[in-house]
Design a protein. Structure first.
Length: 314
């Protein structure tokens, strides 16, 4: 969960130039979770993001992409590495960007034409900077990979190639949904739509009005049809477990002592987090109808974490 601290001018007390306000956002999906966060952590407000992608009055999303969002299930929403910034990026399977990108890869034309250059930040090939999603960058990296292909196993070669070509042009892709919805002509190379809904999208499956979404947020009328949506904290924990497992399984080459130290610390922190969750849900007056299920899920996550083995340093 993301805790965001906002500083703003305090109009009521001129002698105090800045007042700190704390907002919470990330994965909130029910009125009870909303109230729980306000009451338990005494935050000033709670932010909702992903569900508003299905509110046409609030967000600009083209019809094709919105249909993908409506139909999306848990397995269609994943933490990707498509961002040229090198940070994990929530993504949706089956987008037009993904289809066009794969087509270029199959035609040996991987990469974007990079018309905006807003993310041309890599200095690996020169001080002028280049985006890791750009064709120029990917051509150079793929060429270097081919030179060492014979020294790699097929599995390591595929992982290395995918890590290069999976990057997407965000400068264009993130704006394209708004262009398409408003019939604005898109110039240059076809990039398709990039969109970044959180995993919470899997449980919202209908287009709703702004009024209906506000009624849902404040507990007047739920727009959720699914009955198996996990609690916000359970879902967050499972995301961390999946990230941790993938980090270890997808590590290529020799693992350093620093990397092992990082993984062991990460695992230790997760155990502490689970203990915190378990204590929290023993004392809360919220989620009474689901407490037994939530406790069982935390216990299951603890067992799952114990099975994830950090390699030993050689």
């Amino acid at each position: 969960m993301m805790i965001k601290v906002l500083q703003q001018k305090n109009m009521s007390f001129p002698e105090t130039p800045l007042a700190t306000r704390i907002t919470v956002q990330g994965g909130v999906g029910t009125a009870e979770e909303h109230e729980f966060l306000l009451d338990t952590y005494k935050v000033d407000s709670v932010g909702w993001g992903t569900p508003f992608l299905l509110v046409p009055e609030a967000t600009s999303v083209d019809r094709e992409t919105r249909k993908l969002l409506i139909d999306a299930k848990e397995e269609d929403l994943y933490l990707s590495h498509i961002s040229p910034l090198g940070v994990p990026f929530n993504s949706l399977r089956g987008t037009s960007n993904e289809i066009l990108k794969q087509k270029r890869i199959q035609e040996n034309k991987a990469g974007s034409s990079c018309p905006k250059r807003f993310l041309a930040l890599s200095k690996e090939y020169g001080p002028e900077g280049i985006c890791t999603a750009a064709k120029k960058y990917q051509d150079l990296k793929l060429g270097a990979l081919e030179n060492v292909k014979q020294t790699l196993s097929d599995s390591d070669y595929r992982k290395a190639k995918d890590s290069i070509t999976e990057k997407s042009c965000l400068c264009v892709g993130l704006a394209n949904a708004a262009y398409l919805e408003n019939d604005i002509k898109i110039k240059g190379q076809a990039q398709g739509v990039v969109i970044c809904p959180g995993p919470n999208m899997a449980y919202f499956d209908q287009e709703v009005s702004l009024k209906e979404m506000l009624q849902h947020i404040y507990g007047n009328h739920s727009v959720l049809k699914t009955l198996n949506r996990p609690n916000i904290f359970v879902k967050e924990l499972k995301m961390y477990l999946e990230y941790f497992r993938n980090e270890i399984e997808n590590s290529a080459g020799e693992v350093t002592s620093n990397q092992l130290k990082k993984w062991n610390t990460f695992k230790s922190n997760l155990f502490e987090g689970i203990a915190y969750y378990q204590n929290l849900f023993e004392s809360t007056s919220y989620f009474k109808a689901d407490l037994d299920t939530i406790r069982e899920q935390f216990h299951s996550c603890k067992l799952e974490l114990a099975k994830i083995k950090v390699p030993e340093y050689c």
